[in-house]
Write a protein that binds this ligand. Sequence first.
Ligand SMILES: Cc1cc2nc3c(=O)[nH]c(=O)nc-3n(C[C@H](O)[C@H](O)[C@H](O)COP(=O)(O)OP(=O)(O)OC[C@H]3O[C@@H](n4cnc5c(N)ncnc54)[C@H](O)[C@@H]3O)c2cc1C
Length: 480
Amino acid sequence: MSHVVVVGAGMAGLIAGYAAIKAGHSVTVVEATSQPGGAVQSQVLETSEGLIGIDAGAEAYASRSAVMDELLEDLGLADEIVTPHPAESWLYLPDVGAVPAPRLGMWGIPGDPQAKEVVAALGTEAAARAAQDLETPMDAWAKRRAAGEPITVGDLVADRFGPVVVERLVAPVVSGVHSADPYDVDIDKIAPGLVDKAIEHGSVAKAIATLRAAAPPGAAVKSLRGGMQEFATALVAYVQAHGQLHFDTKAVALDIDSGTVFTETGQLFHGDHVVLAVAAPTAHDLISTVTPVAQRPVLPQRPEFGAGVALVMMAVDLEALDAHPRGTGILVSPNVTDIAAKAATHVTAKWEWARASATKLNKHRHVVRLSYGRVTDPSDGSAPGYDTSDEDLRELAYNDLAKLFDVPKQQVLENVAAIASVRWREAMPLTTPQNAQRLAAIQDAVEAIDGLHATGAWFAGTGLAAIAQHALALRFNPLQ
Ligand SMILES: Cc1cc2nc3c(=O)[nH]c(=O)nc-3n(C[C@H](O)[C@H](O)[C@H](O)COP(=O)(O)OP(=O)(O)OC[C@H]3O[C@@H](n4cnc5c(N)ncnc54)[C@H](O)[C@@H]3O)c2cc1C
């Protein structure tokens, strides 16, 4: 049996702690803030009729692998697993406004470039250009792949389908879900295997159609009744019952010989194994403190944090939203100039438990979550997002909700029951090719030190399923 010290009580750190305890080890988790869960948090909207709790960060998990289902079952939460309402989602595009999103696709890349919704969103000329993907050989991409060159989503799609597809179909999804510009996102990070499949099939669209057909039936995402924060609560209870969890305890330095984690409060924690479940820039800082100095790895430049995002959550009493006019939500093209939000989720249309909790208070009550900013925005605060004041965010949100859902702004203003905002930066990895190289160097350094591990979204890929898989695969065998 080993003693494992985990730095960071976000979901990756909590899952790593949970897995270590299950494997028979003793565990201490140290968390810099006073809250566990990292980007899995709840936001309580206080309305005059009562409280509505919704997710303020991650709201669901990808269900294509069984890892999350098994973990939740193990934690006794199997009966709490829910699927979203199967309504369509929408896109908001320049010129045309709100249109239903193509159904067959991956990150907005169409699996059928000739589908009716694709033609409606692109126009006939751009749709004809998109269809060239079906016939143009993939030779140039096979060469780039063989040379090991990084491939961004934007570069691949612009070449195969035309730049209009990046602009109108892919950018709203990638920037909505990943908060990044498609030309900055490494395709292997968000669609592993797609490029190789496309080379094999001679077409990206055909590869997507094949991958989609092979996907197991059922919802692509799931969540928990009451929101994903129930997952964090269950993990915290488990770790606290079988190990130790220290809040307001920020790790600041590491000693390799003695396996010591030094903290800002002056407390020292010794482990046979130390898990860094923090963002890569923070992991970089901690590794740069390693003693003895002779064992300190030489790392390239620190990876950069992205610009971060802000979310506005609003409870509104609007009968016009009862029919769920934008399905479960709408993604906004970055080229739309009169709407600042990059996406809006109609939370009470997406999750039945949220609808039940809101309509108990008022039969026309809805909760909408709008997101602002992209990880790849310039970090000078010029784009609305992480650095925008609460007051300005609210103003933007009233305006955007009115436009996206086609409701008069005055009606929105008169019917807001509660509004709140929240900001995220560390939990959203900046997946630029340059950062990817710096990350790889950190991973190599960690692997070279016995008993040191790095996990979490920056190392495993964004998303709860990816981080769970990575954290559960850590091994804490006694060291020689
Ligand atoms: C707005 C938003 C929506 C999202 N939606 C989804 C979704 O629907 N589905 C999905 O699967 N994923 C979603 N994600 C992604 C998902 O939430 C993250 O991938 C995941 O929660 C990251 O967990 P983590 O533990 O790696 O990092 P974090 O959540 O960032 O946790 C890191 C923890 O380490 C702590 N820490 C940092 N430095 C130190 C230190 N020096 N010492 C001690 N502790 C430290 C931090 O305080 C934090 O608690 C979303 C993310 C955001 C921001």
